[in-house]
Structure formats: C-alpha cells, structure tokens
Write a protein of this length. Structure first.
Length: 360
C-alpha cells in the first residue's frame, strides 16, 4: 500500500486541542502578519531562510510590542537582548541555519536601510537551528538576495510548511522536520483575539516523540537509540493581536514550552529553544507621541481571558510542531545523508490503537 501523501496534522487525524483555529490555521491569521520563504536545494545544499513580518509597513518606524524568552540557551540567536530591554521589535524576524545567521542579519540590515535612509542603528533579529546533517553548513550558501526574496515575497494567507525556507535541512525527533504553523481564535466573549505560532523544528530524540499524549516514537521503532539525546534546536515565533504589554507578552511566551513539552521535548542540554513573541495590535510610532506620555490600550488582567490565551498558546505550539513533522518530505542531502518523513499511515494506526484518532 502506498504511503499517505503529506498533509497537516488535523487531516491525519491527530487531535489538536479544544480551541478553534483561525481560517488558515497559521500565524498569518493574526491580521497584518506575513511570512516568506527562500529554499536552497542545490546539490548538497539543503537550507534556506524564513521571514516573519509583523505588518506590511516600515517596521523600524512603526515598532511592535515584543519579548523574547529562552527555554534553553544553546543557540546563536541575534537581537534578543534589545527586544527584552525595550520591549519592542523593529525589524522582521528571520529563521535560518546556524552558520548563516550573521549573513542573514547583515542582509536584513541592508534591506532595512535601503528603505529608510535615516537609520543609523538597528537591531536585526535572527533565529537559527543547525542543519548540518542534511546541509553543507560550512558552505554558508545563503546569500543576501535569498534573504531579500523571502522578505519581499512575504504574504498573508496559507503558509508553506515542512522542508521549506529555514526548515529545508532540519530534523525533528529523528524524522524530517522544518517549518510548521498553527493558530487559535478566542470566542467573541473573550475578545475574539487570535494567537498564531510558527516554529522551525530541529530537535528531539525519536523515542521521545509524543503525539496527543501517545508514545508514537517508541511505537515506531523496535528499540530506542539511547545515544540520541535529542539535541538540536527549535525557534518558536508567537504572534497575537491582543493589545498586550511586553510583560503580558512575557507571560504568554513562558507558556510556549508547555506546548513544546507535549510533543516530547525535555529541552536537552544541547538544544537551543527560543521564543520570540510580538503583538500586532499596535504600531508604536515614535514620532507620533503627544508630549511626554503615550496612551495605550491593554487587556485587563482577567483570569478567564488570560488563562484562555495561555491555553491557545500551548495548543498552537503543539499543533505547529505536528504540522512541521506531517508536512515535511523525505529529504536526501549532504554526503548522501537522508531523513525519512514521519510515516503518517503508521501514525494514524497508532492513534487508532490507542483510541485517540480524531475525525475533525
């Protein structure tokens, strides 16, 4: 029997929580957010870049509230300290390969200053994961024009997932990983706010994989490889349209690891697990302040609203990781190394065995 075609987690039958997703079940369900990719698959090159834009305007002039949270700091992310100091994001977010991160940051600076001649200081934000199993990482094949293409082509609507953009060479739980996204929309009585998540998944030991609480990784392999510590990394980008302060965003960001843990991660010693979070609800124009004060709208610290937002963050994170695994295709890369796609037909059978298969 031929293997199932690649499809998203819900299509496979994976139960994905209680809160309804947005129309695209993607980070772009947060109005204004755009995503673009550039994928390099030349010979032994399996890498690329993914760009996330909080809105379509001049981000440097119209900053958004943001925060960063480090789950495990074995990584080379760029730009996090200023985000946490000022509570603001002033550039798009790029996701790429570890050794390409400085090149991506430089290309992002060039892209920004080409659009604003008055910029003399800027904080480029780049997240990275190590794709050296499938990619000739020392080649550092990513070029400025690749970054610019991802930025210029970024759009709203459905988001390509799996082995695309920055996720082209990534591995998750011993299978092909990469880019995944999901969203949640709160009911109208709780503001109707949207939570969006996009991940670049490159982490986890095969035996640790959990799906809907089921030890799918252990079911898929006859014997666990005890030398596989699950080292790797995951970049998690959280977007919301609720009007939040950076402190409130921090509370949401600290719930992201709960969704990560649901998939089986323990944030191993050698894993770089980072959360970047922003609110698209308000654009902060520094030139539009009234005197010495800025009057802003913030959600009330209401227990029901915040708890529901926390749950939405956890669910979207978990499902985004599943989508990365479910959509990624088997990939052959550097020196003939190969990562098999997660076998979706087997996953369905396992979930059915445990009476966890969803019909939604």
């Amino acid at each position: 029997m031929p293997a199932m075609n690649r499809m998203r987690a819900r299509q496979v039958g994976i139960p994905c929580g209680k809160i309804a997703p947005g129309p695209h079940n993607a980070i772009t369900d947060v109005v204004g957010v755009r995503v673009g990719h550039y994928t390099l698959t030349d010979c032994e090159t399996r890498t690329g870049v993914t760009a996330i834009l909080p809105h379509g305007g001049n981000i440097f002039r119209e900053k958004v509230v943001a925060t960063a949270y480090v789950v495990n700091g074995f990584g080379k992310a760029i730009g996090l300290s200023q985000i946490n100091e000022l509570g603001q994001l002033e550039t798009p977010i790029l996701l790429t390969s570890t050794l390409a991160a400085p090149k991506a940051a430089d290309a992002l600076i060039s892209w920004m200053v080409a659009r604003d001649a008055d910029i003399t200081s800027i904080n480029p934000v780049v997240g990275e994961c190590n794709d050296s199993f499938l990619n000739d990482i020392q080649k550092r094949a990513l070029q400025p024009e690749h970054v610019w293409h991802a930025l210029d082509s970024a759009s709203d609507g459905p988001v390509a997932e799996g082995a695309v953009g920055g996720g082209a060479g990534m591995t998750a739980f011993g299978y092909k990983g990469g880019i995944g996204t999901a969203s949640r929309k709160l009911p109208d009585e709780l503001g109707g706010y949207t939570v969006g998540m996009l991940v670049m998944a490159n982490f986890g030991a095969q035996a640790d994989l959990l799906i809907a609480g089921i030890p799918v990784g252990q079911e898929l392999i006859a014997q666990a490889d005890e030398t596989d510590l699950g080292d790797g990394s995951i970049m998690m980008v959280l977007a919301v349209d609720a009007p939040l302060s950076s402190r409130q965003l921090g509370r949401l960001a600290r719930r992201v690891p709960f969704g990560l843990a649901r998939t089986g991660s323990v944030a191993s010693h050698g894993s770089g697990d980072f959360v970047l979070a922003f609110s698209a609800a308000e654009r902060m124009n520094a030139e539009a302040t009234d005197g010495l004060e800025r009057h802003v709208k913030r959600i009330a610290e209401d227990g029901k609203l915040l708890t529901t937002l926390f749950g939405a963050v956890v669910e979207a994170t978990e499902e985004a990781i599943y989508n990365a695994l479910c959509m990624a295709e088997t990939t052959v890369g550097y020196q003939g190394h190969q990562r098999e796609a997660l076998p979706l037909d087997a996953v369905r059978s396992i979930l059915q065995k445990y009476h966890r298969l969803s019909d939604s």
